[in-house]
Design a protein around this ligand. Structure first.
Ligand code: MCN
Ligand code: SMO
Length: 798
């Protein structure tokens, strides 16, 4: 663990090393006792009404009529509303993206006239209990005229395809292009051109806790809105905007959240409906989603097609790269990031840790009659690295080189950092080569290859292979990073407030909202470290728009970078104030004050230390000292931090697999990760992030797939059909960390929240491809289910 930061105050010690320690998670004490309070656990006020939504059974249909009379007549049903009713209360919601060629489109919170995906809500029942609301939806009689639907990207861009959205001509939401000047020359100079089509399966996050919200009207028309969301500030602003109410009358509170994984970083129709009805009916209104609703209406991800061409020389060096990217954006461009999130993400991230200087892409987001697509852990990166890492392996096969060697030849070495990549993203520090080398050592890569060479890949009925993914991981995107992707209404900064209370205890607020990442622990470590407080004296609050200033909130692995940076800055200010007051009390100068372990003393005289409490008493006028001249009361400091464009973490994953020659099942026999997220706050939490992410990556690579039939009917509406990995599918890990602190980001932290899944998907796909190498089959699609693999093996005569 290295930290190059010095204390801001004289000889002041920076904290006392609590950053970098695996302190136990404060959250676990209550979560493991079952004492977590999720939105459905909140005590609902008396008179709370409950909502149930009527889902469309069709992917595409005209709504001819809706008869709500029978449902309305049911005892306990208070009201039944349809699209036009809600349209009077909530404006159509729309994601504004400022990219040339983007077609703005909007969504009514309940469908009006036409439904565009199976599961889209056409009516809402408001009742005295959740059971009555559910009974009510059975009685709503909707008359539909089914219309032809498009589900797949290839169908949607066919000129004869039905139009999904009236403002999206040809079903292309957006098409973007980019090229450097030397791409054509690179291909002319190439000794070889390697090209491949990569297909990625549609998946969704499936957090244990489904979505839900509770809207509680207060006096004077104010509304407290509890939601299982990752983005409380953005939600509040959007509620104000689309409900046309004053933002200052709204307070959004995030209780404990049982997993978000990106799908709770979207803003959903149910939230707007719930808030609007609470305001209209002047009663608390609650909505809790069930699993069926979650699978149908949570945002989906990863239905992407990549065509990649690499021009290479005889040494396997990539001279130029072309990518043609098509992402399925679903039926609507969802708030707040819009349907271009995966499109621009994949196009900008695919060059990864490699020295690729000539690059061109076309990237399109396509509309289909399927659930809207937005963020799921890793956003675009599992797919774009499946593509580029798949290309690296294909280069190796063509030139008969080792896949690791091809990567090493193309990587930006540490000596060349900082490096600005071809789309303008600066890699300030990193360890691309070192993380690959270390992972190879830990995985005994060379021994594995030697064994393969000696024994062949098929041993005891199983094909054994090894796969690598070396990648960069976008984290802590700042405002310039969102601007580059057309998201001009998405901020980038986050905020932190640090208070030293009259008793000397420390309260910190940060503009994030956790869904399991351990923020109460890690942010307390950051504040204690920077302020010089004792860890046990620091309490962290987040997820409440009424506590602490605005921020961009929690997604895209931002919290360590943006929240950490903001808290470092706010702590520094608070420490300076403590030092000024302490200096006055000790008849010294602030520069000579040492702050450590909740105490302050003149350098060299620790015996005359003041506690934080003693200094705070002066700040709060609770003793006989006077505040130094010009000093204001209290110790309460806030700062905002907008990080650079992107803070780039990096890692290498190596997976070892055995593919059963008979039934095609995949066993993961070894799994190694070397991750570099800069300065680590809590190594145990970082390991947990990596493991959880890899578990999700195993699901995505080997089993999960959300399937629509050609008419847009859902084939995977239960967890018996949508297969998730269980503990038996997740192997033991070897995890190591390299720490290359960021020199651009305050605090030196880089993010880690998505790296597990980003690395796992390509490493597993490459490992299976390596296992089947002798059969000469092409593994360019996922999930790699037993049926697919046994079919490939049989066809290849294996
Ligand atoms: N951390 C650290 N040292 C670092 C970087 C991070 O100790 N150098 C810690 C952080 O303090 C934080 C955790 O690791 O406690 C994750 O930090 P970060 O990478 O900043 O990610 P965020 O906190 O912003 O969380 C979002 C990220 C995303 S985008 C998804 S998706 C995801 C993920 O986190 N969703 C999760 N991990 C998840 N973990 C759980 N349990 N639940 C989710 O919903
Ligand atoms: S998908 Mo994570 O919330 O960016």
């Amino acid at each position: 663990m290295s930290s190059d930061r010095q204390g801001a105050v004289g000889h002041g010690v920076v904290g006392h090393g609590v950053v970098g320690q695996s302190v136990l998670r404060r959250e676990d004490d209550y979560l493991l006792r079952g004492q977590g309070r999720f939105v459905d656990d909140l005590p609902a006020p008396i008179n709370t009404l409950h909502l149930a939504f009527v889902p469309s059974p069709y992917a595409h249909a005209r709504i001819l009529s809706i008869d709500v009379s029978e449902a309305r007549a049911l005892d306990g049903v208070v009201d039944v509303l349809t699209g036009p009713d809600l349209a009077a209360l909530v404006k159509p919601i729309a994601a504004q993206i400022e990219l040339p060629g983007y077609h703005l489109n909007s969504r009514d919170v309940l469908a009006v006239d036409e439904v565009r995906f199976a599961g889209e809500a056409v009516a809402v029942v408001v009742a005295e209990s959740q059971y009555l609301a559910e009974d009510g939806i059975e009685l709503v009689d909707v008359d539909y005229e089914p219309l032809p639907a498009v589900v797949k990207i290839e169908e949607a861009i066919d000129p004869a395809a039905p139009q999904v959205n009236p403002t999206v001509p040809g079903n292309v939401y957006y098409e973007g292009r980019f090229t450097t000047d030397g791409v054509a020359a690179g291909f002319e100079a190439a000794a070889h051109v390697i090209s491949e089509d990569f297909h990625s399966n549609r998946v969704t996050a499936v957090p244990i806790e489904p979505r839900g919200c509770l809207a509680v009207p207060e006096q004077a028309g104010n509304l407290v809105f509890y939601s299982s969301t990752q983005i409380h500030h953005l939600l509040r602003t959007a509620l104000a905007e689309f409900l046309d109410v004053s933002e200052s009358t709204l307070r959004v509170v995030v209780p404990d959240v049982g997993g978000g994984f990106g799908i709770k970083a979207a803003l959903y129709p149910e939230e707007f409906v719930c808030a609007a009805l609470a305001l209209r009916l002047r009663r608390p209104v609650k909505w809790i989603q069930d699993r069926y609703g979650a699978l149908l209406t949570d945002v989906h991800a990863r239905d992407n097609r990549y065509r990649v061409e690499a021009a290479i020389d005889d040494d396997g060096i990539v001279l130029a790269l072309k990518a043609e990217i098509r992402t399925n954006g679903g039926a609507y461009s969802a708030l707040p990031f819009g349907c271009t999130l995966e499109t621009t993400g994949g196009a900008r991230m695919i060059v990864g840790p490699y020295r690729i200087t000539e690059y061109s892409y076309t990237a399109a987001a396509v509309a289909t009659h399927t659930a809207p697509v937005l963020a799921y852990r890793g956003v675009a990166q599992p797919v774009c690295f499946m593509a580029i890492e798949g290309i690296m392996d294909r280069i190796a096969r063509r030139l008969e080189l080792d896949p690791a060697e091809v990567r090493l030849r193309n990587m930006v070495p540490t000596s060349e950092l900082p490096w600005t990549n071809v789309v303008g993203v600066r890699y300030d520090t990193g360890s691309f080569v070192e993380s690959l080398n270390q992972a190879m050592e830990m995985a005994r890569y060379d021994e594995f290859r030697a064994r393969q060479a000696a024994q062949g890949r098929l041993v005891d009925g199983k094909y054994r292979g090894i796969g690598i993914c070396s990648f960069t991981e976008v984290s802590g995107t700042g405002a310039p990073g969102w601007r580059a992707r057309g998201l001009t209404r998405l901020p980038g900064f986050d905020s932190g407030t640090v208070k030293v209370e009259p008793t000397g205890k420390v309260t910190a607020f940060v503009s994030h909202a956790h869904s399991g990442q351990g923020h109460f622990t890690t942010f307390a470590q950051v504040v204690a470290d920077e302020l010089g407080a004792r860890l046990e004296d620091v309490t962290v609050f987040e997820g409440d728009t009424a506590a602490g200033p605005y921020g961009t909130n929690t997604f895209a692995s931002r919290s360590a970078v943006t929240g950490g940076g903001a808290l470092v800055r706010a702590s520094e200010k608070a420490k300076l104030k403590l030092a000024r007051i302490a200096a006055d009390m000790l008849e010294s100068t602030p520069e000579d004050i040492v702050v450590s372990d909740g105490q302050m003393y003149v350098a060299g005289v620790p015996s005359r230390a003041l506690t934080f409490g003693e200094v705070a008493e002066t700040a709060y006028a609770m003793n006989t000292f006077d505040l130094p001249e010009g000093e204001s009361f209290g110790i309460e400091e806030t700062d905002f931090y907008d990080p650079p464009l992107v803070t780039m973490a990096n890692a290498t994953h190596i997976a070892q697999v055995a593919v059963d020659a008979g039934d095609g099942t995949v066993d993961i026999e070894g799994y190694t990760v070397v991750h570099d997220c800069g300065r680590i706050i809590n190594p145990m939490i970082v390991d947990g992030q990596v493991m959880g992410g890899v578990a999700q990556g195993i699901g995505e690579a080997l089993m999960e797939e959300f399937v629509y039939d050609p008419d847009g009917q859902v084939r995977t509406a239960t967890l018996a059909d949508y297969l998730l990995p269980s503990s038996v599918d997740v192997p033991n890990f070897q995890i190591a960390h390299i720490e290359s602190p960021s020199i651009d980001a305050v605090g030196g932290f880089k993010g880690v929240g998505e790296g597990g899944v980003i690395g796992a998907v390509p490493a597993l796909v490459n490992a299976v491809a390596d296992a089947l190498f002798d059969l000469d089959v092409n593994v360019n699609t996922k999930p790699l289910r037993p049926a697919l693999l046994s079919g490939l093996i049989r066809e290849a005569g294996g």
